[in-house]
Design a protein around this ligand. Structure first.
Ligand code: NAP
Ligand code: SF4
Length: 676
């Protein structure tokens, strides 16, 4: 499909006209903690407005000190300097966009000593217990929300989004799970549990008047025990509409839910049923969110009456020009979010600033102002993994003449291995994008070609860039040459098939991926019904929180016994991505995978893998041993060129194999392309 009539249709919502149906969802980026924060944040949002996103929602600002997520999170109150905010709102307006400030009170998710909540129970994911808000405190909090809305209006924002989902304060008031200790006007029965958001909207409207956009983000499905039923969600939606919300946005699940909501293992559009429930209850426009990453899916949801608008946060990190490319018939050029979380949420959760694996410019826009190179060079790129692809595309976009050599018959390198792992099929989108861009930019791609030193020396190249990648590390273990031993590459490329009983040596990211490959069910991440069933979600929303039972249904165990081993003491998987590692670990536990840390490998024989644990010898009787023991840089060509005095630049895994990761590879390649 090349035209998107529903997606591109303007919409009148409250006091504003949106130029299309694409909303950039609120996202914590930590950009405000960088050098020159105002300039960076302004350019970050302005780039998305220039790319024709109709409405931008900022990251959450707390209305008061108690509501900060962390000690150093920003409060937006009378002490706030509105000057920098005016720079941001002006930049977005000059770029033709609209921007609303999200007001987020963290409630019992606050990671500091001032945390408060409707009750005194601490959240499963926070060691800090909240103080119970008195009735007067609640009224003060309502006044603080309204004042923040008023100040946001003064700072030039077009509206505010009141954050009522994801298990933060307002959501804690609306769910019985967290609001079962009160018997005042804000708790005791469902009607009183809903009073907080209703009063906030009423007070905010009174302070800002009719010309200011009020968005309420409702929890469309709580995904926690004793959360709201679908009927209660619909009831609450009607109440917030009556209280003055111009638009209702939808959030899915609480941060403490034991069900994945946005990872790549969640099928695209899986939560449409929850959004539809809200949409059916109200007349104001409703926004769908979570795992919507293509204009086709967005169009389908809008055309199907699931929602009136779509929220995309990560997809607009991946490509700020998503909307304008969709409008101008260039949707095949959209750089798609692959749901990996590796350079956005995983960085945020480890106190770094968000960027994007497939678009390292995200959050760093002011470092990447486009400059046409002084000289257009003829450049050889060897290796079409993520580093080679990113370099080739970015260099060609700047006008260089690029020849890309790849020994195998397809693009992608190690990404092809990731893409076969259940839940990681989206990695193919990255390859699709790069492939289309190479075509469109006229890069000469020589597949099935081993570029030797002679070819490169004779090719008349001004620059040689080596992205020759990595080879699996073969550890020194007696018997490692036994026929039952294979590498992760053998397994994930399909070159070899392990037997029924498998030992995986090395419990890093790839060890876990191989276990998932051997045991997982690919359908679960592609088919919404299979996913909802596997995670015990009730799509009829009859049950509290939308849970049909414990978070994970009993699934039949596959006929394979897999054991993951590592030398390091401590729990395997500790270094997996924060946002997705828990999903992988939960699934593998469910599939019966044994994990043995703290081993020392002795030898491999026909009987299996011999090791020592706590000084005691042990034998794991297996049919196959898979080596997932890291990688070594592939630099044969580099050494050969160096031996002949020919200069070349190394990028990606060929440069540094340790902690090989596509985020670093693509970032390094993109930066080199800009400066070469
Ligand atoms: P890795 O994470 O470094 O894990 C390799 C494991 O092999 C190590 O944890 C190490 O564990 C073991 N090992 C290393 N040398 C060994 C030796 N000589 N003998 C025996 N065991 C040895 O590397 P990876 O699994 O290949 O993953 C590479 C990168 O890909 C990761 O850094 C990650 O960024 C990325 N990745 C991430 C994910 C994810 O987060 N889901 C998935 C796939 C890939 P011990 O020393 O404890 O034995
Ligand atoms: Fe999407 Fe991954 Fe980029 Fe995050 S890092 S925006 S999940 S592609």
């Amino acid at each position: 499909m090349t035209s998107y009539p529903h997606l591109l249709e303007p919409l009148d919502a409250g006091p504003v006209r949106l130029r299309n149906r694409i909303v950039m969802g609120a996202m914590h980026t930590r950009l405000e903690t960088l050098d020159r924060p105002t300039e960076r944040v302004a350019e970050f949002y302005a780039a998305r407005a220039r790319g024709e996103a109709a409405l931008i929602l900022t990251n959450g600002y707390s209305p008061n000190v108690e509501g900060r997520i962390e000690e150093d999170s920003e409060v937006f109150d009378d002490s706030t300097d509105l000057g920098p905010h005016r720079v941001i709102t002006s930049a977005v307006h000059e770029a033709g966009g609209l921007i609303a400030l999200q007001i987020l009170h963290a409630g019992r998710y606050a990671k500091h000593a001032f945390a408060v909540g409707p009750g005194k129970d601490r959240a499963r994911i926070n060691p800090i217990a909240p103080r119970l808000l008195s009735t007067d405190d609640v009224w003060d909090t309502i006044a603080a929300f309204a004042r923040t809305a008023e100040l946001a209006q003064a700072a030039g924002y077009d509206g505010v989004e009141i954050m009522g989902s994801e298990g933060y304060l307002i959501n804690e008031f609306t769910a019985e799970l967290t609001n079962d200790q009160r018997d005042d006007e804000f708790g005791g029965d469902f009607a009183r549990r809903c009073r907080l958001p209703v009063e906030i909207l009423t007070a905010a409207r009174a302070r800002t008047g009719p010309g200011f956009l009020l968005i309420y983000r409702i929890s469309a499905v709580d995904l926690v025990d004793r959360g709201m039923t679908g009927g209660q969600v619909a009831d609450l939606a009607r109440q917030v509409e009556a209280a003055g919300a111009d638009i209702i946005n939808t959030g899915i699940g609480w941060h403490e839910s034991a069900i994945p909501t946005i990872a790549a293992s969640v099928p695209r559009g899986a939560w449409a049923f929850a959004t539809q429930n809200v949409k059916a209850a109200v007349a104001v426009p409703v926004i769908a969110s979570n795992r919507i990453n293509t204009p086709e899916l967005a169009e389908e949801l809008l055309a199907g009456g699931v929602a009136d608008l779509v929220s995309m946060a990560r997809p607009l990190l991946a490509d700020p020009d998503f909307a304008v490319k969709a409008r101008t018939g260039r949707s095949e050029q959209i750089n798609r979010c692959i749901g990996c979380n590796q350079a956005c949420l995983d960085l945020i959760f480890t106190n770094r600033t968000a960027s994007c694996m497939v678009n390292p410019r995200a959050g760093h826009e002011i470092e990447f102002t486009r400059r046409d190179p002084a000289t257009r060079k003829r450049i050889a790129v060897v290796g079409a993994g993520p580093a080679g692809l990113a370099f080739a595309v970015n260099a060609a976009e700047l006008g260089h003449q690029v020849v890309l050599f790849e020994r195998s018959d397809r693009l992608g390198g190690q990404v092809n291995m990731a893409a076969v792992v259940p839940g990681k099929a989206e990695f193919r989108e990255m390859l699709g994008y790069f492939g289309r861009r190479l075509d469109g930019l006229g890069v000469e791609v020589r597949l099935g070609t081993t570029a030797g030193a002679d070819t490169l020396a004779a090719g008349g190249f001004d620059e040689i860039v080596l992205a020759t990648g990595v080879t699996p590390r073969i550890p020194v273990i007696d018997g490692v040459g036994h026929p039952m031993v294979m590498t992760y590459s053998d397994v994930l490329t399909g070159a070899r098939v392990p037997g029924r009983r498998v030992a995986i040596i090395g419990a890093g990211g790839i060890g876990f991926d191989v276990a998932e490959f051997l045991l997982g069910d690919a359908a679960e991440s592609l088919d919404p019904d299979a996913f909802l069933q596997a995670w015990n979600v009730d799509p009829a929303l009859v049950t509290a929180g939308g849970l049909a039972g414990p978070p994970r249904a009993e699934v039949p165990r596959p006929d394979r016994e897999v054991t993951l081993l590592q030398r390091t003491a401590g729990r395997p998987g500790a270094r997996l991505g924060k946002s997705t590692g828990w999903i992988l670990k939960a699934r593998l536990r469910q599939a019966g995978v044994r994990m043995i840390p703290g081993v020392s490998y002795t030898r491999i024989t026909g009987a299996g893998l011999h090791y020592e644990l706590d000084g005691q010898p042990a034998l794991l009787e297996v049919d196959s041993v898979v080596l997932c023991t890291g990688q070594e840089s592939e630099r044969t060509l580099y050494d050969e060129l160096a031996g002949r005095g020919i200069a070349a630049r190394l990028i990606g895994g060929a440069d540094v194999a340790a902690e090989l990761d596509a985020v670093r590879a693509i970032d390094q390649a993109t930066r080199l392309a800009v400066m070469i």
